[in-house]
Design a protein around this ligand. Structure first.
Ligand SMILES: [Zn+2]
Length: 382
């Protein structure tokens, strides 16, 4: 079946990857029916996943990210033995990159509970902050740090048109089935020469992004450039290093002329994408081979209670042998996943010999060396 590229509209004849499974994991680690089907656009280097059924309803009523608590957050990474949470790193990066002149008018678009703007509200009380999301689920959070009238749900307030100095979007564009419309809407909300500041996951630094069923877009630097330039932005900064496994884009509302995507870079992306397909095609067998090679080992646990950890459990022939999950995220500890307790590394029983490491493979070995040392367990790495 032919699909159209979400970014440039080119026809894509067939998917390059199908998971073949009856169920898939979302970015919130929920199990949803349906398999993942990924397509690659040979024109702009965009990767996209076929949307889930009833996707609008999912975001309106079911996708409630971390609404259990105001403080709940993802662990960004351990730095010198200290947990740094994602929202703190997002705000630090935003302030470092943008400066934000006094009294700037800022909108967070597709904001969820907008924990980043909540931090910003206390750090920079001069800013005129607004939020928008397609769902009503987060209004109670917004009320705690914004004046009434500074938020909108379902569609942005028409009076906001052309008024913002900065529009931010943290991890929202990857969910948008029509990203051109979303970037066009952000363009319309900005004043002339206003700036869009967007964060999206970088699948080339974190392979999990390739197989989560709710991320319909997996941007490359080439496809992001194409997306923003086509909407009338000039890219000021496109940074793959400021936030691990994410791309940070700063784009200025201007009258720019879009350049055609460079064919050489698109070809190099295609090679990397072939590597991702091979990786995910072989992974279940790799997990199971390790499992059967270590059948005699009595006690086993999974390190990481996020996507990778849960994925490992779904691959195992006998998940009942896993006693617990181990995770540095203090918000996870004490709760359960898959019926197993989540504990802190210090609580792990010394005679648990086998540790399946459910972390981004790019950082997993270093994380284990920093946490336990290299020889405490027999490790499995994804
Ligand atoms: Zn395309």
């Amino acid at each position: 079946m032919t699909v159209l590229c979400n970014v440039c509209g080119t026809s894509i004849r067939s998917p390059i990857f199908t998971s073949g499974a009856e169920a898939s994991l979302t970015s919130l680690c929920e199990i949803r029916p349906g398999q993942v089907e990924v397509s690659f656009c040979g024109h702009c280097g965009h990767l996209q996943t076929a949307p889930m059924e009833n996707v609008e309803d999912y975001y309106d009523t079911q996708y409630n990210i971390q609404v259990e608590s105001r403080e709940q957050d993802d662990l960004y990474k351990m730095i010198d033995g200290k947990a740094v949470y994602r929202v703190d790193h997002q705000m630090d990066t935003l302030l470092k990159k943008m400066g934000l002149p006094k009294d700037s008018r800022v909108l967070d678009y597709g904001c969820g509970k907008s924990a980043t703007l909540r931090r910003l509200a206390s750090a920079r009380p001069d800013l005129d902050l607004h939020v928008f999301d397609v769902s009503d689920a987060y209004v109670d959070f917004w009320k705690e740090f914004l004046p009434e009238g500074n938020w909108a749900t379902h569609s942005p307030d028409p009076a906001w048109r052309g008024s913002f100095d900065v529009v931010t979007s943290f991890f929202a564009l990857e969910h948008a089935t029509r990203p051109c419309e979303m970037v066009g809407a952000i363009h319309g909300l900005l004043r002339p020469s206003g700036l869009a500041y967007c964060l999206v996951p970088n699948v080339y630094r974190n392979p999990a992004d390739f197989v989560v069923i709710d991320h319909v877009n997996h941007f490359s630097e080439v496809s992001l450039r194409c997306l923003f330039e086509s909407a009338g932005f000039e890219i000021i900064d496109l940074d793959p290093n400021a936030h691990d496994a994410a791309l940070v884009v700063i784009a200025c509302k201007t009258r720019s002329v879009a350049e055609p995507p460079p064919a050489k870079q698109v070809a190099s992306l295609r090679e990397q994408v072939d590597g991702l397909c091979k990786y995910w095609n072989e992974i279940t067998d790799r997990v199971r081979r390790f499992e059967s090679d270590h059948n005699e080992v009595a006690r086993a646990a999974v390190y990481g209670a996020g996507f990778y950890g849960l994925f490992i459990v779904t691959c195992l022939r006998d998940p009942s042998r896993i006693e617990c999950f181990v995770d540095q995220n203090a918000f996870y500890q004490g709760s359960r996943r898959y019926g197993k307790p989540i504990i802190a590394p210090a609580e792990l029983a010394p005679d648990i010999e086998l540790l399946y490491v459910g972390l981004n493979p790019a950082i997993a070995q270093q994380a284990m060396a920093d946490t336990f040392g290299t020889d405490r367990h027999t490790y499995f790495y994804l």
